[in-house]
Design a protein around this ligand. Structure first.
Ligand SMILES: Nc1ncnc2c1ncn2[C@@H]1O[C@H](COP(=O)(O)OP(=O)(O)O)[C@@H](O)[C@H]1O
Ligand SMILES: [Mg+2]
Length: 412
């Protein structure tokens, strides 16, 4: 409040000066009122922007305890206090949500089932040394936690027990998952590159040795080597493309595009491959241009991958149908352009469907490889659609069909 008063004191000379101006008839009384109100408002805003100054020392013991309890209670990470019997005497809201509603006066071993974590807690109680351990739970999915065990002795903390243990628990599942994915990814890439490379090196050796003078074998081997080298090139291109999409994931696309044109040109470029398998396409747009805000090159990649899959995994001599229509999400009332790509054929068993967009996941790896696949197509598709704030879903019936649906937000 004192700041407000200080500011107000500055108003006094201003008031005197204005009174003088009005008296001398330099300004009207109304002008003076406007100036005073304006100045008061400016001071008020200045006062407000400074915000309340908060001084911990000004709080009494009770207020400080209340404040700390409040902070503890509302922390997002679980906190649990144990006595030297490993019995809980205090826990915050997050801990209660994590372990159950009835924690107080129960032993921590009733809730924390990990033997290593419990052993570490018991050891800390005995030795008085703080510790950190990691543990995981698997119900229903694997989750990883970091458990910090802080020991407080009565001598310096003022707790009711002789020795109090504070447990803080951090959910580190996403960190561990990211690490695992990175390790898997490097292993997968190495494996995918090693296979064609080993094959090329094998043929080089054969051509240098046993098949040195065999013209026919040479032509055949060179063709295989070319195919393998092409496969490696495709893999590198897909990896680069994936890394570019990830890099730009948070930059919203900004081009005005018409999906109809993009899909038509994709079908045109895949004509040769369609003919090779005696397949046709039917593109139904219902007079829709499919105007959205998007990234033309990336959207081309989406439909190239989807129609390419339909050609590769669809039945020979069959028709691929591509449909475009408007769609409104009944929950959010958000408007989309909905595109479905459907092919007939062997289909995909339900247990694979959820994993198809993972990098390098294929139902039949050998088949995908022999058809020139890298296993990255649908991962690329998923990332591009995410960048466009769209949705991707896949449904299939084994022995009948596969249908991929893409929703992209309509341009308003
Ligand atoms: N239309 C489809 N019909 C049947 N299976 C499909 C279809 N599209 C994708 N799949 C399956 O999903 C896997 C992953 O697809 P994708 O990421 O495009 O990799 P790739 O085509 O390089 O194998 C494929 O290997 C295939 O098993
Ligand atoms: Mg593919």
């Amino acid at each position: 409040m004192s700041k407000f008063i200080k500011n107000t004191i500055f108003l006094t000379p201003l008031l005197l000066f204005l009174a003088f101006l009005v008296y001398e008839q330099h300004i009207s009384a109304l002008d003076a009122i406007f100036i005073v109100v304006g100045a008061a408002f400016a001071i008020y805003m200045n006062f407000r922007n400074q915000g309340p100054s908060f001084n911990m020392a000004a709080l009494n013991q009770n207020e400080q305890s209340l404040l700390f309890l409040n902070i503890m209670e509302n922390l997002t990470d679980p906190l649990v206090f144990l006595n030297d019997n490993a019995t809980i005497f205090m826990a915050n809201k997050s801990a209660t949500e994590m372990f159950g509603s009835d924690l107080i006066n129960h032993r921590i071993a009733d809730f924390l089932m990990d033997t290593d974590a419990l052993a570490a807690i018991n050891k800390a109680i005995k030795t008085g040394k703080s510790d950190t351990v990691e543990y995981s739970t698997s119900n229903p999915r694997i989750r990883n936690y970091l458990l910090r065990i802080h020991v407080h002795d009565k001598s310096n903390q003022g707790f009711p027990e002789d020795r109090t243990i504070l447990l803080t628990i951090y959910d580190i599942t996403s960190i561990r998952e990211a690490e695992r994915m990175r390790v898997d990814f490097v292993a997968n890439v190495s494996h995918e590159l090693r296979t064609p490379l080993a094959s090329i090196l094998g043929f080089v050796e054969t051509l240098q040795g046993p098949a040195k003078d065999d013209q026919k074998a040479m032509m055949r081997f060179l063709k295989i080597m070319q195919d393998e080298a092409n496969r490696m090139t495709r893999l590198i291109e897909d990896l680069l493309s994936l890394s570019h999409i990830e890099r730009d994931a948070h930059i919203p696309p900004s081009e005005n595009v018409a999906l109809k044109k993009i899909i038509e040109s994709v079908i045109e470029t895949l004509k040769f491959r369609l003919e090779k398998r005696d397949m046709t396409t039917r593109f139904i747009t219902k007079d829709l241009e499919g105007k959205i805000i998007g990234d033309r090159d990336q959207l081309t990649q989406v439909f190239q991958n989807l129609i390419d899959n339909a050609i590769k995994y669809g039945a020979e001599h069959s028709e691929i149908s591509v449909n475009m229509e408007k769609y409104e999400d009944s929950k959010t009332t958000k408007k989309y352009v909905k595109i479905t790509v459907m092919n007939l054929g062997a289909g995909i068993a339900p247990e694979h469907i959820e994993r198809l967009t993972e990098r390098f996941y294929r139902v039949d790896t050998a088949r995908s490889r022999s058809l020139g696949g890298t296993g990255l197509g649908l991962a690329i598709v998923k990332h591009i659609i995410q960048r466009h704030e769209g949705k991707l879903s896949i449904e299939s019936e084994v022995g009948h069909y596969t249908k991929v649906t893409v929703l992209l937000p309509e341009k308003l």
